[in-house]
Every structure is written in structure tokens, then in C-alpha cells.
Write a new protein. Sequence first.
Length: 217
Amino acid sequence: MSLSPDFKQRLMTTVAATPSATQAQSRRARWWLLGAGVMGALLIFFLKGGVRPTGRPAVLTALTSLGASISGGLGMFFLLTTRGKSMLRRPAGVLLAAAVLSTAAFLAWKMAWSAQFGLTFRWPDRVGFRCLRLGVVVGALPLFALLASYRRTEPLRPATTGAAFGAGAGLASAVLVDLWCPVAYLPHLLLGHVLPILALAGLGALLGWRLLRIGRH
């Protein structure tokens, strides 16, 4: 991808004006920020009750959480760490496909195993709003940590990168929400477990455009 002369000049000016840190310093600061975000998310999760197997067998909790962890982990790995041949973040379409496939795999796994135990029925008192709130709040802290730790590092795709960070944080929060919530009714899952991933991806795109792009003054 060719860069315009104006963009190259702004990029060089920004780099020259930014105090350089060693790779070790940058990596250490990044891990501290990410660790703080993850610890904050876990604290909120446990304050809300933590793992709640109520209403489902322990083996089902383990199975659905295993599927959520595998699909979410693979999705997060692709969204957050992989890059294309040009060392830039992968195109938006590829990242979107990774987020959708990971989310669909999580839903299919949870529905399939819950059906084996006859637990895909509606829970009138659990529409999904509590899971929606928990998913967004728990995922927001790692998202903010990611955005802060990668601030002003994306020259071409800050919104795409921010959306990928948001989707990754949403997939991580979906694992915790699954441990917290026994409901496997599809409308509930779409509202309470999938919508937080979409909301965090949108929030990541908006904040990523402001925080990640190089040349912002």
C-alpha cells in the first residue's frame, strides 16, 4: 500500500517528536496496563458472584465454558496478535470474519451441549439485560487498557484495529459471562452474550480512531 507524501511527512514528524523508549520499557508498560485491565475485569466478575453453576449441572458449565474459552481464545489470538505480510493489521473484512466465526462457534457449542441437558428453554426472569451490562463492563476495562497501551501506534487502520481490540475484549468477557449465566435460550444469548461483543467492537472503533492513529495533535 503506497503512502502519500503528506502522510509520510506527518509520520516522520510525529516519530521525531516522540521520545523513544526501549523495547523492554514499552513491553513492560504494555503488560502493566493489560494486567491492570484484566485484574479489574476479574474483580468486577467476582463481585457480581463469579462462577454460578446454579440451574445447570457442573459438567455442563465446564463444557460450555471450555467451548467459549477455545473459540474466544482463537478469535482473540487472531484479532489481537496476527498481522498481514505488510506488518499492518489485517483488513477489516478478515477481522470481521474472525470475530463472527468465533462468536458463532461459541453459540453453536453452547446451544448444542445445553440441548443435550434439555436447558435451551426460555427463562422469563432472565431476558438478558444483566448479562449485557456485565459483558460490556467486564470487557470495557481490557479494551481501555489495550487502547492505552497501543496509543498512537497505528498509521493506517486505527478504527479497524480499535474494533478488533473491542471484539477481542468482547470475546474474553463472553467467557466470563458464560461462567456467570446458566441460560441457553437463543434470544437471551443474542442479547446478553453476543451484543456486548458488537457493542465493544463499535466502541473500540470509535476510540481507536482517536487514540491509536499516528499524527493526532
